[in-house]
Structure formats: C-alpha cells, structure tokens
Write a protein that binds this ligand. Structure first.
Ligand code: DLL
Length: 433
C-alpha cells in the first residue's frame, strides 16, 4: 500500500531529472535569500548556474550543525517570518538548539511525507493512532500527528510520559498503532506485562518507532511482547523532522523520500563519497523546503544505502538502520545532548573539579545515566560527607533541569576517573544497539 504511488514508485530516470531541476531551484533560492549561503558560494567562486548536473553536487559546500547554531535563531531562514507558520527546535540549551521554520507548503509536504511513512508501516484511515512522542519544540509529536491526520486515521495526541495512563488509553480507546521512540515502546511493553494485561486485551497491530537508534533484537522483543509489526522511521530537525525515511512492512531498511531529499554517503574523514553500499555519514540536501532549505547537511549519522530493489515496489532507495554517529551526541530516553552540555554545567558549580564521566546502562528497557564528577578538593569521608551529598544533589537537580530527564550523580575523589591519554574518558556507554 502506498500513499503517493506515482512518487514513491517513480521511474529512476524521471527521478534523476526531478533531482536536478529541484536542486537548481533550491540553489537559486538560497543564493538569493540566505546571506550565509551566498557568502559561502561566493567564497568558493560558484553560482547556482554552475551546478548543471548531479555530478556537480560535490562542488557545493557542506552545512554543519555549527553553521545552524551559528545562525541562531533565524539566520538560515529563506523566507520572511511572515511566511513561516511553524517553528520547531532540536533539543539542547536554547542557544545550542537548531531552530527551524516551516511555511504552509512545508507543513503540507511534511504531512504528506509522514503519511507515506505511516502508510508504509501499515496505517490506514481505519486505524486509531496513539502518538506518544512529545508535542512541543521537538518535531516528533506534531510530525507524526499531522501525517496520521492526513491519512484520516483517528489520532490520539497522548504525548510523552505517564506510562500507566498511556496503557489505559491504549486499552480503552482501542489504539491500533503506537507511535513513539523504540525505548519508550519497550517500556510500554514491559509495563503492560507488569500490569498483568494480556496482549489480547489490546487492539494494537502496528508500531512506528524512531527518533533514536535501536536494534533488530529490540524490534523482535517489542513485536513479540506487544503482538505488533514494528517499523523504523528516521529524520532530523535540521532537515525536516521525522519523515525523511521509513520502513515498509518488509522491514528491510528505510525508504528515503528521494523526490524531496538528495542523499549522499560520505567518508567522515576524507569527506569523499564512499563506494556504493558502504557505510558512511549521511549527507542530505533538501529539494522542496521553502522556509529552511539545507544544502549538503552533514547529519553525523552513520548508515549505508541499500541498492537492491525492495519487493514492496517502492523505488526510493533504502538506507540501513542508523548504526551510530560520527560525533559524541548522546541519546538517552529519546533526549539528545552532548557531553559538553554536562561539562559546562558542572564547570559552573563550585566545589567540582573539571573531570567527569557519563556512564550509561540499560536496565531492562530503560536507559539509565550516572554522572561521576570529581570533587575539587579531597573528600575527607566523615567531615565532608554531608557536604558532598549536597553538592551531588545540586548537580543532579541542575542536570535534570538542563537535560529534561533525571540522572544519578556521584561525587568521586579528585583524579579518580579513568583517562585515555591527555583526555578524560567522557562517556562509557554500556548499551548494545
Ligand atoms: O528525532 C526526528 C524524529 C522524530 C525522527 C520522531 C523519527 C521519529 P532530532 O531530535 O533532531 O529529530 O534528532 C535527530 O536522532 O540525527 C539521529 O541521530 C537520531 N535518529 C532519529 N531517528 C532515528 C532512527 C528527530 N530511526 C537525530 N534511528 C538523528 C536511529 C535516529 N537514530
């Protein structure tokens, strides 16, 4: 089942023609309306007219997360604010977040691409879709909500959290499709079991999960415990939000909506394309976005393109599930952050040394983070015990406030933490994806 068969099953030759036309019009638009791009193109001595074929793509500059942050908040918008009907932002402190905008057409396009993903994952207008992603600056809630509504499904905007209530809603409202992060789905599955609710008491058929990495093993577990077919979907704020790619019921990789995105996979060291089918960093150029076009955005996500055709008949190439990142961004309980955010916060608190370590474990379905912080002075056990307890509590509260989820904090002796060479070892991730 397709949402837009003429687009999803488009002939590859026709698609390539569309690519070049849309690329040229995007380049013309950013050159005219985004000073950041005009300056970059001028410095490199290129104009939009120089890009006559797709093989010229590599002449264009990359755009990075730092470029987006450096233009905070609206510097990369290609339309005046009066044409922007929605603003979203990636997680992070306000200044480090990527702020993105959508015109009315962008929202329409986004809804359609989300409808493709949902349809590919089995959802029809007869479904009751429970969206358990956060609604807010995060793109997950609204993105999937609009897509499901576009299909004509009955949408429950449950938003994130309160698992027992989610399950009650799921049971009473006869939810047939659950939409959330895979780790939250695993938590829901575990809680359903703990509450002694038999799967037969639920009406669930499909799960559409994304926003963070997960494994094939985790898919099996969620599918078995909830009695559903679970598909993966991918996207990122800077490029659109969810809706860039999603699996069909074959569950063998995520179909990219290539009529809207031009994708490349590069070696993150040499920045050159990897041979077809090899793993590398995904780079995306948007082809139809009006408010926030992106040229060769380095996603930092590692994946590979799967060239073999899919039995479902879609011609959009597939990407393998995201297998990690080329930077140090962490995703815990669906929240994205960088160790540097933890570092600057610890740095501001008196009594802490400069060294810290984030230890991540998965207990059952749940991720759990412990932040070990070296004290500035030696902790003499008895005398300072109470004081160090207070310090750990202060750090814990500040981190919970900054990150939006709670972590354990343990104060350790000065120079107690492991180092690798000059640097402290900032992250110990014991999870398996
Ligand atoms: O997570 C958009 C999204 C929401 C996608 C809901 C799917 C479902 P950001 O918060 O900007 O946007 O985070 C984007 O999350 O670069 C990946 O590292 C990671 N990510 C997103 N989807 C997947 C996935 C949304 N299916 C960052 N598998 C991306 C692995 C994913 N990682």
């Amino acid at each position: 089942m397709y949402w837009e068969p003429d687009k999803e099953c488009m002939d590859r030759e026709e698609l390539e023609q569309l690519h070049i036309e849309r690329l040229q019009s995007t380049l013309t638009r950013v050159y005219a309306h985004v000073p950041f791009y005009r300056k970059k193109f001028d410095q490199m001595g290129i104009t939009p007219e120089d890009i006559g074929s797709l093989s010229d793509l590599s002449r264009l500059p990359f755009t990075t997360k730092d470029d987006v942050r450096g233009n905070y908040p609206y510097g990369l918008f290609a339309v005046p604010l009066r044409e922007v009907v929605r603003i979203h932002a990636s997680s992070g402190t306000t200044e480090t977040a990527a702020v993105v905008g959508y015109t009315r057409n962008d929202i329409k396009m986004w809804s359609n691409l989300m409808a493709r993903v949902l349809t590919a994952g089995g959802v029809t207008k007869d479904d009751v879709v429970q969206v358990a992603f956060g609604y807010g600056l995060f793109t997950g809630g609204f993105g999937l909500h609009y897509g499901a509504e576009r299909i004509g499904a009955s949408v429950i905007p449950a938003s994130a959290g309160n698992t027992a209530r989610q399950i009650k809603i799921m049971k009473d409202f006869k939810t047939t499709a659950l939409v959330c992060t895979p780790s939250y789905a695993a938590l829901v599955a575990g809680t359903v079991r703990e509450m002694g609710i038999p799967v037969s008491a639920l009406s669930l058929k499909y799960g559409l999960f994304g926003g963070e990495p997960w494994s094939e093993g985790m898919r099996q577990e969620i599918q078995d415990s909830l009695g559903i077919v679970a598909t993966d979907n991918y996207g990122l704020t800077e490029v659109l939000g969810p809706g860039v790619s999603g699996e069909c019921l074959e569950r063998n990789g995520l179909h990219i909506s290539e009529d809207h995105f031009l994708v490349e996979v590069i070696d993150p060291e040499t920045l050159l394309p990897v041979p077809p089918g090899r793993k590398g960093e995904l780079v995306i150029t948007t082809l139809t976005k009006e408010a926030f076009p992106m040229i060769r955005y380095r996603t930092r996500d590692l994946t590979r393109l799967l060239p073999e055709p899919c039995p479902c008949g879609r011609t959009g190439r597939r990407m393998s599930r995201v297998a990690g990142r080329t930077d140090d961004m962490l995703i815990i309980k669906g929240v994205k952050f960088f160790p540097s955010q933890v570092e600057s916060l610890i740095f501001e608190i008196e009594g802490t040394g400069p060294n810290y370590q984030i230890v991540i474990d998965r207990k059952g379905a749940m991720d759990h983070a412990t932040v070990l912080v070296e004290a500035a002075e030696a902790i003499s056990f008895d005398q300072e015990r109470r004081q160090s307890g207070t310090l750990a509590e202060t750090i814990r509260k500040r981190l919970a406030h900054e990150l939006g989820f709670s972590v354990d904090v343990k104060l350790v002796e000065k120079q107690a933490l492991e180092r690798s060479g000059e640097k402290g070892k900032r992250v110990v991730d014991n999870r398996k994806f």
